[in-house]
Design a protein around this ligand. Structure first.
Ligand SMILES: Cc1cc2nc3c(=O)[nH]c(=O)nc-3n(C[C@H](O)[C@H](O)[C@H](O)COP(=O)(O)OP(=O)(O)OC[C@H]3O[C@@H](n4cnc5c(N)ncnc54)[C@H](O)[C@@H]3O)c2cc1C
Length: 372
């Protein structure tokens, strides 16, 4: 009898969980190490486009995601009070886009991981890996595996320990992400995602995103050189002056929210020996196309599929990168152009350049969803 192959995975974020589930579904054993003492996502919302939804279906998490996620009626860009673009979504023949809290998505993936028997270890910090297939932990252990995965996010210690050539770039803007109650903003146009921009007195943006019956996510873009606008607690006067229609919710934020800069990380290669770098640790991208997690989980699934089609892990890693990397590279570079130019203020183009990933049927998925 052949023994099942084993993966040691650093990071229980979306990439780490997706990798573990997909490998486990293919007969591997998988253990995930999370440095935090708790398994949870932070309080913000997230967009998952068609491609990511297909991956979640393949991972067995889609039904739980559907139950409680928000299917907006359309996606509008409104700049200085004028509608610049509008596209229906989630209607027959249009793209699917669900919005939800990160915790909702995380919980659905965690349940899927537990159902298939992924081993999850908290307060377990990875400090590196060796190309021969060892994951190194802060407590001094060296865990041997057929495949080691560095899914430990943008500051990945696994990646850095392998000294993979890397480029990093930060952009001129960052986002405050915050969840609040939808208050009176319900029904009609308020069931859309609305990308509000102000470009006159001050450059500001609020990506208004219903995330459920009562929950609203706002991603509030403020330039680095505008400390009053990117401060937390959010100043409701600054933001309401730019977006008066949102005053009823802007005045409820108090000290909630978290500010992160836009960042891009490009690795020369996503692997070294028996180690794969998956998710933001390999390809962090500005959130302008809302595809960072989508690409992370597509690549996690694609990696597991490649292990079924090849004889060795090294061959699988080579096939995986040949097959999956071009789409991620394209998405990352388009997201970076949009971040540098702020051209989304003129409206979302809804073309193949920007939405190539959203329209892609990922490796390991089928066109028909298992749940309607
Ligand atoms: C402002 C903003 C908005 C975004 N909006 C969207 C969106 O709408 N849609 C979308 O698809 N993407 C979006 N993204 C991108 C998305 O958040 C990331 O691409 C995604 O979270 C990457 O998942 P990950 O698992 O690779 O990394 P992470 O989510 O960072 O997870 C890494 C995990 O590893 C753990 N960890 C870290 N170091 C160690 C260690 N040494 N040992 C063990 N564990 C460790 C961390 O605690 C964490 O749990 C956005 C990003 C930003 C910045």
């Amino acid at each position: 009898m052949t023994r099942s192959r084993h993966a040691e995975i650093a990071g229980a974020g979306f990439a780490g969980l997706a990798s573990a589930i997909a490998l486990r579904q293919r007969g591997w054993t998988a253990r995930v190490h999370e440095s935090n003492p708790e398994l949870r996502a932070f309080g913000a919302g997230i967009f998952i486009w068609d491609n990511g939804l297909h991956v979640l279906d393949s991972l067995g998490a889609y039904r739980d995601v559907l139950d409680g996620a928000f299917a907006c009626t359309g996606y509008e860009t409104r700049t200085d009070g004028v509608t610049r673009s509008f596209e229906p979504v989630n209607s027959p023949g249009s793209l699917r886009l669900l919005t939800m809290t990160r915790q909702h998505l995380y919980q659905a993936m965690l349940s899927a991981a537990r159902r298939v028997g992924v081993e999850l270890v908290t307060s377990s910090e990875a400090i590196g890996a060796t190309p021969e297939g060892e994951l190194l932990l802060a407590d001094g252990s060296r865990l041997k595996a057929d495949l080691v995965i560095g899914a430990d996010g943008v500051k990945s210690k696994v990646r850095d320990s392998l000294q993979l050539p890397m480029e990093r770039k930060a952009y001129q803007d960052g986002l405050i992400r915050v969840l609040t109650d939808r208050g009176p903003l319900k029904g009609g146009e308020w069931d859309r995602v609305i990308d509000f921009w102000a470009t006159r007195e001050r450059t500001l943006r609020i990506l208004y995103t219903p995330c459920g019956e009562n929950t609203l996510y706002m991603a509030m873009m403020a330039p680095l050189n505008d400390p009053a606008a990117n401060a937390i607690p959010v100043d409701p006067e600054i933001w309401s002056a730019a977006f008066p229609a949102l005053r009823p919710v802007l005045t409820t934020l108090a000290d909630r929210g978290r500010y992160d800069l836009y960042e891009k990380t490009v690795l020369k290669t996503w692997s070294s020996g028996k180690v794969a770098i998956v998710g933001d640790s390999a390809h962090a991208m500005p959130p302008t196309l809302a595809q960072g997690a989508g690409c992370a989980i597509m690549n996690a699934l694609g990696l597991a599929v490649a292990t079924e089609e090849t004889d060795t892990v090294e061959e699988a890693l080579a096939l995986w990168q040949r097959r999956e990397r071009p789409l991620t590279d394209h998405t990352q570079s388009r997201a970076a152009e949009l971040a540098a130019s702020r051209s989304l203020a003129s409206g979302m183009a809804w073309d193949d350049v920007g939405l190539r990933a959203a329209r892609h049927l990922p490796t390991g998925t089928v066109a028909e969803f298992s749940a309607a």
